[in-house]
Ligand binder design. Sequence first.
Ligand code: PRE
Length: 274
Amino acid sequence: MRIATLGPAGTFSELAACEYGRQLQHYTLHFYPALARVLKALPDEADCAVVPIENIVEGVVSPVIDSFVKRPLEITAELTIPVRFSLVANHVAPEKIYAQFVAQGQCSECLSRYDVPIMNTASNSEALRLLQQSREPAAAVVPEHSLREHSFAHVESNITDYAHNETRFVVVRTKQQAEPSARRSGVAYKTSLLIIDDTDHPGLLVEHLQVFAAYRVNLTSLVSRPTGQKFGHYHFYIECEGHVADSAIAAALTLIKLRNKVMVLGSYPDSSAT
Ligand SMILES: O=C(O)C(=O)C[C@]1(C(=O)O)C=C[C@@H](O)C=C1
């Protein structure tokens, strides 16, 4: 199995991809420099992709949700891993700090103390690589596990704002690559879907929410993403408890589809229930 994930090696995405890979008989990892590019590797360069979808503090990882809007993809599994960061530097007084865009928000207290420009990077490994190449006093926010392999002039350990910091990853395939998700008894499922808004009108969201409430479908996540077309126009990314084949979800979606386009991104075992 060829697994595409965010690289270079050393990212949390690599840890998540290896955790998923351990459940398979054989796998190889293929690294890409940006999250949107990881998903573009499907289907020709990879059989599945492992990408972060939500951090417990920072919320959803926008480039991933936006890729789902552009192209029908299938989420087949989810996994959650703990995320711990350190600040490492080549000098005690760095003049800039490299930090991945999602990592920056998870370490805001520490970063604000330094009061120097933050240079956003596509991955945590890229932040480390740029620090190693820097000739000026600089620092980088890096995964705690990087400290095992590298040494630095200055280290501040465990700089994450919240002790219980974790990120949820999803395993993604194209609709053609994914086998239909069979519902196994005794397994708690979650379903991810997108409501594509092309008929903005007063009460649009509340109408959809009332349908879910009427069928007693429990939503676990609801995020609006701008369509990029016009202010005030949004797509809705929703996660709910249950399998798309459950009668309540199927009935709710039939009603919602009368008003808006719905993209079902997949039903997969709920990792928080195991
Ligand atoms: O750069 C990495 O190490 C990643 O795997 C990406 C990523 C993310 O984008 O959410 C994964 C986990 C952390 O939340 C921070 C960064």
